[in-house]
Design a protein around this ligand. Structure first.
Ligand SMILES: [Zn+2]
Length: 392
């Protein structure tokens, strides 16, 4: 099947968004600088207020989102990026947030979302999962961010054992949780130490002594206690049959990129204590080849190509081509990593389908896949692989 035909067929598949975050309330203020936050990895003003307007991804996003708001109206899609942005924001305000969200979500054709609700601040700035489900009118499943819960518990309870028990109780109490997620990649890195409970206890005792009389807040940043608790969380995931999503590669301003290379997790994938835990490597760019290799040698490792469709859109067909060339196609899943604005879900879904369509069309043309297999794996990558893995 040629690209155009394959792309059209992919648009009809109601994809599962395997990794995304919640939205801001639809009526919250949106300026260019606020919108750009959802389309950049940087928090530097120099990037957000200057260079992002020269990025191909952001320009392509504006072109595509303008087509949605303009429909048959006069088109100004060849303007400079800054002009397109301000024109888009004017049109956005005219249409109204609820109507716009509906239009974008219809085009995105996402059937259900896995939402990491540990991102984006408090309930004032982001919708709760129930509120989000009402806005998107689709099922929303929770992904529990491990570090956020552990830090909360460490501030509340006194011992390592009570933190682990509290973590387990929180999982038991919420049936909407379909996976756990670790952000160790940008909290010290993915090279995890093997730690005893006594070592973790010592660290907590020291922290309590140091903070005596002051704040009880703890930030987990790659210390022994962090890694001990992560190991316990993985063991709980195994017991509860929950997958563990692992942030890999780019995706946070706290990152030192090379510490987020998924190959640093190899000892975890080989560790018999975690046998049976399904690990989902999220994002992975620029380590897509490495991540795909890991999925080809460890049955418990899977690949979710979220974020790249939004941040590096012109590279996404190459990213899918690389993943499909190395990983078993039963292990690859799609996601947007959209957050804050429905535009991000729309553009992430569009760009994922474009990339996958290009990669499949090339592989069919070169004889690696028949047209029938191309259709079968389209469905698996956009829908069935996630549905099976997360039990949704
Ligand atoms: Zn994310």
């Amino acid at each position: 099947m040629k690209f155009e035909e394959r792309f059209e067929a992919l648009c009809d598949i109601a994809m599962v968004d395997g990794h995304a975050h919640s939205l801001r309330p639809l009526d919250s203020e949106v300026t260019g600088s606020i919108l750009r936050i959802a389309f950049s990895e940087s928090q530097e003003r120099g990037i957000l207020e200057g260079h992002l307007l020269d990025s191909l991804s952001y320009r392509d996003f504006l072109r595509n989102v303008l087509e949605v708001v303009l429909e048959d109206e006069e088109c100004r899609i060849d303007s400079l990026c800054e002009e397109m942005e301000s024109f888009y924001l004017t049109k956005r305000a005219e249409i109204g947030p609820a109507r716009l969200a509906e239009r974008l979500l219809t085009r995105a054709n996402i059937s259900r979302f896995l939402i990491d609700d540990g991102y984006g601040g408090d309930s004032q700035t982001m919708l709760s999962l129930d509120e989000l489900s009402a806005v998107v009118k689709r099922p929303v499943h929770r992904v529990l961010r491990i570090e956020t819960e552990l830090e909360d518990l460490l501030g509340e309870v006194g011992t390592i054992q009570s933190v682990v028990e509290g973590f387990q109780e929180r999982i038991d109490a919420d049936s909407s949780i379909r996976a756990l997620k670790t952000i160790a990649a940008y909290r010290g890195g993915l090279e995890l130490q093997t730690v005893t409970e006594a070592e973790a206890r010592d660290e907590l005792d020291f922290l309590k002594w140091r903070n005596r009389g002051g704040s009880s807040s703890v930030r987990l940043e790659g210390t022994k206690m962090h890694h001990y608790l992560l190991g316990e969380a993985f063991a709980i995931a195994r017991e509860k049959q929950l997958s563990v999503q692992v942030h890999c590669g780019f995706g946070d301003s706290d990152l030192v990129l090379d510490r987020a290379n998924p190959t640093k997790m190899t000892t975890v994938f080989k560790d018999s204590r975690y046998e049976g835990v399904d690990f989902v490597l999220l994002h992975c760019f620029p380590y897509v080849k490495e991540a795909a290799y890991l999925t080809s040698v460890f049955s418990s490792v899977h690949l979710d190509l979220s974020l790249a469709p939004i941040m590096v859109a012109p590279a996404i067909s190459g990213i899918y081509r690389e993943a499909l060339s190395v990983a078993p196609l039963s292990k690859i899943m799609a996601g947007t990593d959209g957050h804050s604005f429905p535009e991000a879900y729309f553009y992430g879904a569009l760009s994922s389908r474009k990339g996958l369509a290009h990669a499949l069309a090339c592989l069919e043309e070169e004889g690696y896949l028949s047209e029938k297999e191309g259709s079968l794996y389209s469905n698996r990558i956009l829908f069935e692989n996630s549905r099976e893995l997360y039990g949704i």
